[in-house]
Design a protein around this ligand. Structure first.
Ligand SMILES: Nc1ncnc2c1ncn2[C@@H]1O[C@H](COP(=O)(O)OP(=O)(O)OP(=O)(O)O)[C@@H](O)[C@H]1O
Ligand SMILES: [Mg+2]
Length: 169
């Protein structure tokens, strides 16, 4: 089942991420897809916080992967925005994080769609135009539509639970 929720603030997006992070399991894979500024990093930070890992400082400009090994489960956070199209993800050892025992979160995951594990959770984020504020310079600036597309029975159950737990969004 595909589930759509609307987040009205970065805090709400982070809270959704925390909700997910508290429920993800070893080996789970979360593919984040959406334009610049859509909220992928906000959601990823929420997931990491739900997993019990704390991200230190800002993003180093050219880092594609952050690893966290001290949380409830190991976590891997990729940002493929700067992936060289000819670059070799294999050389960066993506298999260990994409198909390993940790939780793998990938921003700009559509840049490596061929490599996604068959069972995964895809979350698409998009700004909502002309949202709550109505017409005006900042109309809907804080609204994001999050579309959750599970693949595999376990992700289906997770997204069903997500929908029930966030019926108001
Ligand atoms: N509902 C919302 N959810 C998430 N972020 C929001 C929301 N409303 C406003 N924002 C703002 O949008 C920005 C989202 O930035 P973020 O870095 O998470 O985007 P991103 O998708 O990771 O972009 P990039 O592709 O550049 O990494 C932040 O400045 C955040 O404060
Ligand atoms: Mg980001």
């Amino acid at each position: 089942m595909v589930v759509e929720l609307v987040s009205h603030s970065p805090e709400e997006t982070a809270a959704l991420g925390r909700w997910l992070g508290e429920r993800l399991w070893p080996g789970s894979f979360v593919a984040l897809v959406g334009d610049l500024g859509a909220g992928k990093s906000v959601l990823a930070a929420g997931i990491l916080s739900g997993l019990g890992v704390v991200r230190s400082g800002g993003s180093p400009t050219f880092t594609l992967l952050w690893e966290y090994r001290r949380g409830r489960v190991p976590a891997f956070h990729w940002d493929l925005y700067r992936l060289d199209p000819a670059g070799d993800l294999a050389a960066l050892g993506y298999e260990d994080s994409f198909y390993g025992d940790g939780v793998c979160i990938v921003e700009w995951a559509d840049r490596a769609r061929d490599l996604w594990p068959p069972e995964h959770l895809e979350v698409q984020l998009a700004a909502v135009r002309g949202g709550a504020g109505g017409p005006g310079p900042d109309a809907g600036a804080a609204e994001r539509r999050l579309t959750f597309r599970p693949a595999g029975a376990r992700y289906e159950r997770l997204v069903e639970e997500l929908r029930r737990a966030h019926a108001g969004l």
